[in-house]
Design a protein around this ligand. Sequence first.
Ligand code: G3P
Ligand code: CA
Length: 242
Amino acid sequence: MNTLIWAHRGASAQAPENSMEAFRLANRQQADGIELDIHMTRDGHLVVAHDETIDRCSNGSGRIIDMTLKELLTYDFSNHMDGYRNIRIPTLEEVLHFVKGTRLTVNIELKSGLVTYEGIEEKAIRLVSDMGMKKRVLYSSFNHHSLMLIKKIDRAIPIGLLYTEALVDPQLYALRIAAEAVHPFYYTLAVPGTVRKCRENGIMVHPWTVNTQEHMTWMYKEEVNAIITNYPALALDVKKRL
Ligand code: G3P
Ligand code: CA
């Protein structure tokens, strides 16, 4: 099994998470794919950030849904990381444009929490399709209603079922909502047989966030389809030494 390496929020251990710098670094570190999170601005732009507010990762504060793109672009998203300054929040379009010139795939995680973004699924799908990137993208979400909406729009679009606690028979749940993949918190794979049952049912397994050498080795031995990690260079190194 060639377990793929997907850079979580880009190579986010070494560059500001969800920034163009983190995605470029992931590509240089030979990741197979990138994972990113999207939100929608007040004026309907899809932007790449993890939290629904900009407080933790930038020098500003407030909710993305309350700001225009122009306003968001005035803040520095260096995430208080040494060696980085004047990092702008990327739009999804900008990231896809970059990815187009690489061999990377993209796992787009649709975020929703206290804020839900009306129409975000349709908007993302249209953008990906207009840019000719359909074959390079898989969507995931902790909001399974959002995933089902994607399948209603187009059943051929691949989705990954995100979850944190161990589910009973995740493969059956995935089959029920026609998900191609499960995206479990990696510790839940300690439940014996989880990966095997998924594999037998044709469901791919993409655990997150696998950041230590020990846990990477465990996931490689489980023969998961991809690991989602903040450390793509380390993941490649561990893979080569298996
Ligand atoms: O997609 C895997 C992982 O990113 C889910 O958790 O909070 O890092 O978006 P989070
Ligand atoms: Ca994520």
